[in-house]
Design a protein around this ligand. Structure first.
Ligand code: ZN
Length: 64
């Protein structure tokens, strides 16, 4: 199983949790420096957007 397969599987599971999905969608947005605003860490710089979680939400369209 490739990492993409796992991500696709997680995206399917995420459809069952629309609240979590909405929260991720709200937080993991692109900042002015092109990095994710939702992936803040005290020890690592934020990853470039779209981060893995932003991709996950993109692959998991919920009720609009
Ligand atoms: Zn993020």
């Amino acid at each position: 199983m490739t990492p993409e397969d796992r991500l696709a599987e997680a995206a399917v599971l995420l459809r069952r949790w629309p609240t979590t999905q909405a929260r991720l969608r709200e937080r993991h947005v692109e900042g002015p420096d092109g990095r994710c605003l939702g992936c803040t860490s005290a020890t690592h710089p934020a990853p470039r957007w779209p981060c893995t979680l932003a991709l996950l939400v993109t692959w998991s369209p919920g009720p609009t």
